[in-house]
Design a protein around this ligand. Structure first.
Ligand code: NI
Length: 173
């Protein structure tokens, strides 16, 4: 397992539509493990493959909070939203590709998702609470959508300018 560098917005790779995986081969299973290690190290509750520069439809999540709940590392290949609730929720979101930026985003309260697991088996689950928000945020990444794309133009521009500045500073360091 290896921790991979996380791309920071703005980066053209974060705006691309990622390609389906199909039955995950060994390299894709290894990518999932690397992504989990990278997510836990950050630390974060979700990560999508484009964030580590791989344009494949792979996301990882663990929204359980110890010590109340055991860790639940999930690797989802080709995740697909089958159904979303009419009920919406507004919650504060952040993203490992936009460090220290947070803003309220409205999403479906519950979603039913189908995906392929690392063994190549089809899985289906209805997510709610933080898991639901997280899976929608991560699937957005696979379609080149960041949480700031759900915000108004001014707010998005402000955050983008801040991130461009952060990247310039990091490049100089
Ligand atoms: Ni994100």
């Amino acid at each position: 397992m290896a921790i991979r560098p996380i791309l920071i917005h703005p980066d053209p790779r974060l705006k691309k539509v990622a390609e389906p995986v199909g039955t995950p081969a060994a390299d894709m299973v290894a990518l999932g493990q690397d992504m989990l290690a990278t997510m836990y190290d950050a630390p974060g509750v979700g990560l999508a493959a484009p964030q580590v520069g791989v344009l494949k439809r792979v996301i990882v999540m663990d929204c359980n909070k110890p010590p109340e709940a055991e860790p639940r590392p999930l690797v989802l290949f080709d995740p697909e939203i089958l159904w979303e609730s009419a009920e919406r929720v507004m919650s504060e979101e952040g993203c490992l590709s936009l460090p220290e930026q947070y803003a309220p985003v409205e999403r479906a309260a519950e979603v039913r998702v189908r995906w392929t697991d690392p063994d190549g088996a089809a899985q289906e689950e209805t997510f709610n609470g933080l898991w639901s928000v997280c899976v929608q945020h991560e699937i957005d990444h696979l379609n080149g959508i960041l949480f700031i794309d759900h915000l108004g133009f001014m707010k998005r521009q402000m955050i983008t300018r801040r991130m461009a500045k952060l990247k310039r500073e990091r490049a100089r360091a």
